[in-house]
Write a protein of this length. Structure first.
Length: 81
C-alpha cells in the first residue's frame, strides 16, 4: 500500500494486498426473496397467506407472523438501548 506522508499509518491487519471477491453466482432461496421489483415494495414479502396486522409484511405461516409481530411490533417487549 502506498501512502501519502500526511496519512496515518495503516494497521498491519489491513495491509493485505488481495481483496475478498464476491462469488460469481449466488443462490437465494424463494423464502429469502421479497418485493415485486417496485420501489414501493422493497423488502416487503409479497407472497404469503398471513398478513401482519400492523404492517404490509406477509408470511408463509401463522407462526412466522407471530414471531415477526413479537419482535417488531409488540409494545410490551422489553428492549435495551
Amino acid at each position: 500500500l502506498k501512502r501519502r506522508s500526511r496519512d496515518p499509518p495503516v494497521p498491519t491487519q489491513f495491509q493485505s494486498r488481495s481483496r475478498p471477491t464476491m462469488p460469481e453466482t449466488m443462490e437465494i432461496t424463494a423464502a429469502a426473496k421479497s418485493g415485486d421489483g417496485t420501489v414501493t415494495n422493497v423488502g416487503i414479502k409479497m407472497e404469503g397467506s398471513f398478513q401482519c396486522p400492523d404492517c404490509r409484511q406477509k408470511f408463509e405461516s401463522d407462526k412466522a407472523k407471530q414471531l415477526h409481530w413479537k419482535f417488531i411490533h409488540d409494545p410490551n417487549r422489553h428492549q435495551e438501548d
